[in-house]
Write a protein that binds this ligand. Sequence first.
Ligand code: SF4
Ligand code: SF4
Length: 131
Amino acid sequence: MGRGPAQGERRDRLIALYAEMAVLTEPECLAFCPRPMTCCEERYCTIAMEFAAEHWDVELVPTWHRVLPMMGPDGCTVAPHLRPICTAHTCDICEHGAKRGDPVWTERYYALKDAIAALEAEILGDVFISG
Ligand code: SF4
Ligand code: SF4
């Protein structure tokens, strides 16, 4: 896998897009969920650890949490681009394919998701983001 300047810029762009996605999705959970982060499961943490190692050469170090190895005192410890499934997930998207009553939010979500998918395919050779 090439890691020249152009590749580095594309990866920086992908990281920035995932950060934007997290800014969009995290408030959905923090503001509206009666039990925030209860959809986290050990298997998703494991997927994040394997994904980070394989595609970003990043070793994610487990926390003290007894059930969720990536959970810390202030929430998930993993950068948004290293946990594609988690970052893109909201209940409304999963269950309704949109944020109900908010077409602007929904349009932004899918624009970001499309841009991320295109970059992932280009850089990583596959698409990993999924809501
Ligand atoms: S995805 Fe759903 S269950 Fe999980 S934290 Fe967000 S609102 Fe709660
Ligand atoms: S990686 Fe983070 S967001 Fe995903 S399941 Fe684990 S603690 Fe939750």
